[in-house]
Ligand binder design. Structure first.
Ligand code: ZN
Length: 317
């Protein structure tokens, strides 16, 4: 009986292995997850969404790597970074979580040409890990201040780095907001509408960091009526770290925010760019417009879902 079961499993494994080997031509991408700053960033819930978004393009072969939790054993956690063309960070942990060797291995990976995609609160992680902050350009929370770099934003059409002292990271209530392409001729933003409405999400503001080799691709006005800054804040960024490309999206607080076609398409395009330097994907016909939020039914949160650790998202407009 055991033998029959083994043969059945082996046969199933072989069948499964056929598409896996055919997928060898696909771009190998890792989603790194396993910790966030709180239950409001539900990585167990958002990670399958991100995985599905990458896989549905037909371009990527996606592996999810779950880091040990707080208090877990990191001595044997050695992700094989170099097996992947890009790593997607759906991960936020404090500086002390990673041993120095693990940090060094990740730095070497990106410096030597590996791609990195920082999603939402991945830019909260590791405030005092200098090289990580050079990769993401700007970050927020976890005690960041003027010591971690200036505030970066756009005012009167110009990129500003502002050394005013103060804490980093703020956002208002989760409401829909308008995103504007600041750099239109970049592989990630090429062909996108000049302005588009994003579904209810946190509009990150007061982000600070080294901001080196950073291009703000898309920005959004942070409305003082929603505890905002009256500045245009960076939303999508492209960075260079050594030979590695980094795509940084501050969007994607929860699966309701990730349901936005604008999030989905820019994440898919940003991941391809970080991995290969090119974007072969067409802008989808259901991309949001300057006046209309667009979501995908297949990414609708399940019935009765509410945003973890907080209130349900504001009604979509
Ligand atoms: Zn959030």
């Amino acid at each position: 009986m055991k033998r029959a079961l083994f043969i059945a499993l082996a046969a199933a494994a072989c069948l499964w292995a056929v598409p896996a080997s055919a997928a060898g031509k696909k771009i190998p991408v890792m989603i790194l997850t396993g910790e966030q700053g709180g239950p409001y960033h539900a990585w167990e819930e958002t990670t399958p969404y991100l995985k599905r978004m990458l896989e549905e393009t037909g371009l990527f072969d996606v592996t999810v790597v779950v880091a040990p939790p707080r208090g877990g054993d990191f001595s044997t956690f050695r992700p094989e970074w170099s097996k992947y063309k890009a790593v997607v960070g759906n991960y936020d942990a404090p500086d002390e979580r990673w041993p120095d060797e693990l940090k060094a291995s990740f730095e070497a990976y990106v410096r030597n040409g590996g791609g990195f995609v920082s999603v939402h609160a991945a830019d909260n992680a590791f405030p005092n890990w200098r090289e990580y902050n050079l990769m993401i350009g700007i970050g927020g929370w976890r005690g960041r201040t003027e010591k971690h770099g200036p505030y970066w934003y756009v005012k009167d059409g110009k990129v500003v780095s502002d050394t005013t002292p103060g804490p980093a990271g703020s956002h208002g209530a989760r409401l829909p907001f308008k995103i504007r392409n600041f750099v239109r001729h970049h592989p990630v933003t090429e062909g996108l509408p000049e302005e588009w409405m994003h579904a209810a999400d946190e509009l990150y503001a007061k982000m600070r960091g080294p901001g080196e080799n950073m291009t703000m691709l898309s920005i959004a006005w942070s409305d003082p009526a929603n505890r905002g800054t009256d500045r245009e804040e960076p939303i999508l960024m492209a960075l260079q770290y050594g030979k590695g490309r980094v795509f940084h999206t501050v969007l994607g607080h929860d699966i309701a925010a990730m349901n936005c076609v604008g999030f989905i398409a820019t994440f898919q395009r940003g991941a391809e760019w970080a991995a290969t330097g090119k974007v072969t994907q067409k802008v989808p016909p259901d991309f949001p417009t300057a006046t209309e939020v667009r979501t995908r039914p297949e990414y609708n949160p399940p019935p009765g879902w509410t945003s973890p650790g907080g209130r349900p998202p504001a009604k979509k407009q």
